[in-house]
Design a protein around this ligand. Sequence first.
Ligand code: ATP
Ligand code: MG
Length: 180
Amino acid sequence: MYLKELTLKGFKSFASATTLRFEPGITAVVGPNGSGKSNIVDALTWVMGEQGAKNLRGTSMEDVIFAGTSSRPALGRAQVSLTIDNTDRVLDIDYTEVTISRTMFRGGGSAYEINGTPCRLLDIQELLSDTGLGSHMHVIVGQGRLDRILHADPAGHRAFIEEAAGILKHRKRKERALRK
Ligand code: ATP
Ligand code: MG
């Protein structure tokens, strides 16, 4: 499994549709300060289901929508699509390529899709949640994130470990079941 392609449209500083193609192996993104490198990482975490504005370096979830510049008006929606190579079927879905996409509208409303079919955020989170295991481990460590891990309280440390071990999904399912 590897990330193949990422398309951003109206996401943070990427007002026009921008597609990045990745090859297996290591990809390096280089550029001057403020040119949008971290925004690309934010787009990855966002399309994979991130729900915390802080983790996206904003104060509200709407901060991911292109806010406009002196030469370009703000946009009404942000959209990110991520295509994952699934030839090895690490993702529990019978497709060699899986495209997940997330759209958010200014003023409210979101849409999620897996291979073009509308789905729930939960479906995307569940599809990806157990893929961070063992040799297939893929985690995102953003700027400042190491500090947050090192300085977390014991409950925070536990949450990080549960997430990495794939336990968090089951705990969340249990909590949802108990609420019903
Ligand atoms: P550094 O090397 O300093 O880490 P970087 O390449 O990681 O820089 P980013 O943090 O990805 O830079 O990009 C920051 C830029 O993105 C800023 O210019 C900021 O104004 C812009 N930006 C962030 N959110 C939005 C938004 N919603 N609309 C328009 N521009 C945005
Ligand atoms: Mg950065």
